[in-house]
Ligand binder design. Structure first.
Ligand code: S3P
Length: 181
């Protein structure tokens, strides 16, 4: 995999394994949609970490936060990340907080390639009002703080895709071109 000339390239990591892609980025950035489209394009399986967490706990994310609290959610999130580490030829849609954890981030960047789907906060906000399933999005001030805080974590992804104004199809092609080298 070579991507030295790709202007979307975030940082240089020539030794990453290209048989696993992790999509990282803020909530409502469109990670799940992109994961499905990219999985189809690459003919790889698709895993959604939030979906796995809900299946494992038999509760929605909102219920897990309400009944067990965020620290418990983060513990399950780490366990689910451990489950997907051995999978190959897989596109993983992470949760918005997964890559913000330094240990998770190191694991992900050693285990595969990480792609940051970077979407402006205004675009995120415009998508969120109709979405009542994200506990951390219920308070606007908290949302803005989280967004700012997490940008620096996401910047450690191997590739940054500028999601502002791009269609899912365009993003898939950019990611696939980069992966093909
Ligand atoms: C979270 C994002 C959510 C979900 C949980 C926590 C976060 O995933 O994992 O509500 O900390 O940003 P999405 O990014 O799919 O919304």
């Amino acid at each position: 995999m070579t991507a030295e000339t790709d202007t979307n390239r975030n940082i240089q990591t020539p030794s990453v394994r290209a048989d696993k892609v992790y999509l990282v980025g803020f909530m409502a950035a469109g990670k799940s949609s992109l994961a499905h489209a990219l999985g189809e394009r690459l003919k790889w399986r698709v895993e959604d970490m939030d979906g796995r967490i809900e299946a494992r706990e038999h509760m929605t994310i909102t219920e897990i936060f309400r009944r067990r609290g965020e620290p418990y959610f983060r513990t399950v999130e780490r366990a689910v990340l451990a489950e997907v580490l051995p999978l190959q030829h897989t596109v993983v849609a992470t949760g918005g907080g997964t890559f913000a954890d330094a240990n998770n981030q190191a694991l992900i960047n050693r285990n595969g390639v990480s792609i940051w789907l970077d979407v402006p906060l205004t675009q995120i906000i415009s998508r969120l009002p109709s979405d009542k399933h994200r506990p951390l999005a219920s308070n606007r001030e908290q949302l803005e703080r989280l967004y700012t805080l997490r940008q620096s974590a996401y910047s450690h992804a191997h590739l940054r895709l500028d999601g502002s104004g791009a269609t899912v199809g365009e993003l898939v092609e950019r990611a696939a071109d980069w992966l093909d080298g």
